[in-house]
Design a protein around this ligand. Sequence first.
Ligand SMILES: *Cc1c(COP(=O)(O)O)cnc(C)c1O
Length: 863
Amino acid sequence: MKAIRRFTVRTVLPEPLRRLEELILNLRWSWHHETLDLFRSVDPALWEAVGHDPVRLLGEVAPDRLRRLASDRRFLRMLHDAADELQDYLTADRWYQSLPDAPRAIAYFSPEYGITTSLPQYSGGLGILAGDHLKTASDLGVPIIGVGLLYRHGYFTQSLSPDGWQLERYPPIDPNGLPLTLLREEDGTPVRVSIGLPQGRDLHAQVWLVRVGRVPQLLLDSDVEDNDQAARDITDRLYGGGGDHRLLQEMLLGIGGVRAIRAYCRITGHAAPEVFHTNEGHAGFLGLERIRELVAEAGLTFDEALEANRAGTVFTTHTPVPAGIDRFPRELVRKYFGGVNEEKGIPADRVLELGAEDYPGGDRTVFNMAVMGMRLAQRVNGVSRLHGEVSREMFGGLWGGFDTAEVPIGSVTNGVHAGTWVAREVLELAARRVPSVLESAQGWEGVRDVPEGDIWRVRRTLRARLVAEARRRLRASWRQRGASDAEMSWIDDALDPDVLTIGFARRVPSYKRLTLMMRDPERLRAILLDPERPVQIVIAGKAHPADEGGKRLIQEIVRFADGEDVRQRIVFLPDYDMALGQCMVQGCDVWMNNPLRPLEACGTSGMKAALNGGLNLSIRDGWWDEWFDGQNGWAIPSADGLAAPERRDALEAAALYELIEDHVAVMFYDRDGGPPRRWLEMVKHTIATLGPKVLASRMLRDYVQEYYVPAAASARAMAAGGYSGARRLAAWKERVRKAWPGVAVEHVESTGEETLHVGARLAVRVVVDLGGLDPGDVAVEAVYGRVDAADAFIAPSYLELAAAEQAEDGRLRYAGEIPLARSGPFGYSVRVVPSDPGLAGQAELGLVALPPAPQGMTNGNLR
Ligand SMILES: *Cc1c(COP(=O)(O)O)cnc(C)c1O
């Protein structure tokens, strides 16, 4: 018989051990080795058995053992040291506290978070990144409040059928068995957040508080008694269902999330966020809720509130794959934001406009969450330099009239939280030479002085640990697939702690090409079984439950890896999660990645490998496009110009085999009795040069300096004087938009074209009709620089022209001198753009007036 409901009864700790609770309830332990040591010492065998989950540890430890620890002097000393250290960590000033004018608080919204294995509220890179963002914010003292949902089933666990087909289970989680506390009012009643639904119903949620070091994280949970069963199930699983279910999750996350923050700040006295960071489109409704607040509380119009909200909002887009972007039928959005559920001052039509794909090539029937995110945020970024470029291309329609390069989407390349991903042995080795390895961009060159023998020893330890863990997981998987002990004896010798180990772990959408390495199975077999330079491959990854194609790819790999000739050299380990990820990025010598360029927005697992002394072998996509330098690993040549996918796969797979055979394996086994010197040179070079770049602390500093601080300044400017800034900017934008059709460049002339040579100046004069706008409303600019064969600018420069005099009929003359700095094909043009201190950039309104072609263009060949 099965229980119908499951509870976790918490242990009552003896008084001397009370501070254990304090330590467990702060997830800082997930990246703090000394605290983990303390937990282990409670009961080392049990610690392993409960999968390093401290809540389960305390739930299952024998009362007797606890009684003994309560009088164990040594244990108590360790406990108090750890608890005191945590208090210092939580209260001392850190990097952020030295910044002037930084925002008092920042809200960070994400649909998923990967903080630790025992909190399975993530499915892949987006969630892991969000977890690393919060942990790093904590380490740097950045006052972030994280907001998300608590999924009662989290992400699925993966196992395999006997014939290698992915099976999914959604084990229920019990919040009382997790390191969470319920957010309560001062009188002890649990906080309730509600959002309105059609037909006058409400959706209620409670709020769980998670402490991630200094960062509070609020998780909304609709599984409360006030809701009917359908409403209780809204937060049942990560990215559950489609249509209504998904939309309701996102309404709860965005709208409910803002309300949860308000409750948290009211109860705790925490400063209200000045900046709101939307991690991908799913949380975009938070902007609507803030607009509603401003309309209701400050008496602003929708447009004024939109400006006030935009100024303090940052939106990060994470994927160039259309399937990764949420789009809802417009009618569904109207159902939830119109009718009786329409908020005062927030007409459903205005909501629909925000998510409309009303640009060439857009689909007029959908509501696009990323597009709404971009319209609700004044600052937008992608997650690597290449992804920034791809995003400017992809979303350029929102800023029609501007060249792709000017589309206002920047980039902050992702990073990883070293404390979470770097092996303790590596941290300890590095700490001898690099003073502050976790947080500092300086001093990494010191890694080059670490003796090769020390690095090689640590690398072998980590490889051996991976091999042991792989065998353990293989045994469990084979048993689960129905194998008998006799059939599993080969696993004792599966993999070898001294063989070159390649890792490949990721979700399995088709663009990641899980099976590229199997294009030519014979060649792969030869690589694995090479008698002199053997290679072993460790593979992991989950396919989306609805993705039959992805499951077929997994099956293909599993069937190959089941082969008796190769099974000791290639393994598929089920249930890729943070724990397996940690073990793999630490233990693999080479981290392989072969996506279809440019569909990998950034990728972070390769960064984790690099920090541990692994070398990347990857297509130049995402972060690797930016930081591959020829000596820190290998670039698989990409045939991304090629339209035929079959041919492209064949070419790239052949290049991959060749790199492994002729370069990777050769260098790894190039020994002279000792460790492989050239290999270790590359390892050192990788850590010394990539180390400081791939750290999440670099990423977070970039966000703070390039996004959060400017956004807070803009938000303050909008809010000043009872929101007079927002009122003015909204009125100004309306006036400019109305007048813009009358703005025209009427006449352009230049002198000096007879003597075009480097160092000369070209005098440009322009007559402009401002269509009733004031000169202060616009900037008139010369655009100039090198041009290609079709007269398009290559990285142009801009020169603001000065208003010279009034011409006839209210037209204005502008003039300026263009410097001719380099020889070769050259051109110029002029343009008029809106200009106001309230704008974050000139393309913000998507408005530009250009001269009638081709009169404004002068071409010359500079001598
Ligand atoms: C790091 C990590 C990811 C993201 O890595 P990618 O390189 O983007 O695939 C996904 N899942 C887990 C478990 C990770 O640790």
